[in-house]
Design a protein around this ligand. Structure first.
Ligand SMILES: [Zn+2]
Length: 141
């Protein structure tokens, strides 16, 4: 699971999406799905894992998550991320198919393909607030 903002989810009282937010999601959702499926195909072959359904969601607090049933959720805003960060998010969730926790064993799995994961995590954290606020419309340089 990837937290975008370091705050608790607001649950049922969270404000609903505006018309333009819904339109933004509708515009980019299928691109996000295409990218996610392409990278999932690549990395599942590498790790030899399986997964259930894939959902592309408009979430403010997470980049991705993996359910106990093996279903994967990804934030549609990954379309605005550089490819190495998308790969990291996909690998992170797939590694939860091996280790359903954030133990040392989990990070060892991530490090098999992303030994620089600490740097990638930091980059994601610094990007997240502006992405969520809709201020970033293209991948940062
Ligand atoms: Zn996680």
């Amino acid at each position: 699971m990837w937290k975008i903002l370091r705050r608790r989810r607001r649950g049922p009282r969270a404000r609903s999406r505006t018309k333009s937010e819904r339109a933004h999601y509708a515009l980019h959702k299928e691109s996000a799905r295409t990218i996610v499926h392409e990278r999932l195909e690549y990395w599942t072959a590498h790790y030899g894992v399986t997964y259930g359904k894939v959902f592309i969601r408009d979430q403010r607090s997470r980049w991705g998550s993996c359910s106990s049933k093996g279903n994967l959720n990804f934030n549609y805003r990954i379309v605005f991320l550089p490819p190495e960060l998308v790969d990291y998010i996909v690998v992170h969730e797939l590694c939860h198919r091996i280790e359903f926790n954030h133990s040392v064993a989990f990070w060892d799995q991530v490090a098999r393909t992303h030994p620089n994961h600490a740097i990638l995590r930091r980059a994601l954290r610094s990007l997240s607030p502006s992405l969520v606020a809709g201020k970033v419309e293209s991948p940062p340089v």
